[in-house]
Design a protein. Sequence first.
Length: 397
Amino acid sequence: MSNTWKISLLALVGFVLGTSQFIVVGILDTIAASAGVSLSVAGQLVTIFSLANAIGTPLVMLATSRMDRRTLLVVALVILALGSVATLALPGFGFLMASRALLAVGTGVFYVTAMFLASTLAAPGHQARAISTITMGFSTSLILGVPFGRMVAASHDWKAIYWGIGLFCLLAIAAVARTIPATEGGSPVPLGQQLALLKQPRIAAALAVTFFLFVGYSAVNTYITPFLSALAHLSAGELNIALFAFGIATLIGSRLGGFLADRIGVPYTLVGGMAVQALALVLLSTVTGSATTTFPLLMLWGIAAWTSGPTLNHNLVSLAPEASGILLSLNSSFVQLGLAAGAVVGGVATGSPSMVAVGWTGAACVAFAASVATVSFGLSHVSSQRRRMALEASMSS
């Protein structure tokens, strides 16, 4: 098997594993009814997944840094298989939360390891494209996995999805062990060295923007199914179409973010995208009432929200290029922490008399993130001007 096919295999596995993460959002109302809990309580399945991913993945990667990467992929898939079995076999909502934590750690470890292997398997000069292929596998699960999962849940018990994921993990273990070459790990980066970067104001501000931006995103996205059902009165078929359209919008936004950052710069792309996102959430909460108005606004929100991903990463790397790997890892953790906090915040908002509060809460968090970014970029601009003036003065003297 060629290395291109091996990278594609990793991306295919990533698609299925991404579905295990995102599928809960599409069937949250079904899970809540099945488990006999409220929507806000069921939403904590997103919280526990994000927290376990943000905290557990770096710890596992640090502990297994010298392990052969193929073996680590197999370990991740075994963890995922166990998480799927736990979802199916163990009774009660508490065990369901525990199984989500297992799935989160397995997904995180597989994703990080797959990106590393893709870069080593790729031909020289094609590493970025190989990593993008792995990322696309996970992104595609949001586009296709969520609406497909909702259709499966509508015709079968929602746990049938995890039967499929568990079986696929067993097949993936055999495929990975047979096709992926053994690759040595690298030297671990001490946790203290990673956290020391948080002392730099501009890096701390950039990570704060990531956190609050994803709090706002998760507050709405976690409860997107009941949110759209309550405010737009969509039928089951229209809701599936809406989720599919939203997935397409996220893909467009990911591509558009990188393009705009190169053309008009990171500050305008990031702050402008957040401003559009906040506006779209406000409009979704106030003027929707049918599919005709809901679909365009939902896609506008998805596009604006996902322009931020490549822009946030680009901004962080530009702040400290020599520590790009550590910063990208930290940013990923802050994304997951934001998703976890957003699920909690959104759950509180669902307890209000109207689901409108969910949209307004998300918009407020995004607006706050935009404010932090604006202040940070303004201070950076002033600092750059002062350094330039000082340099010119020293040269003239």
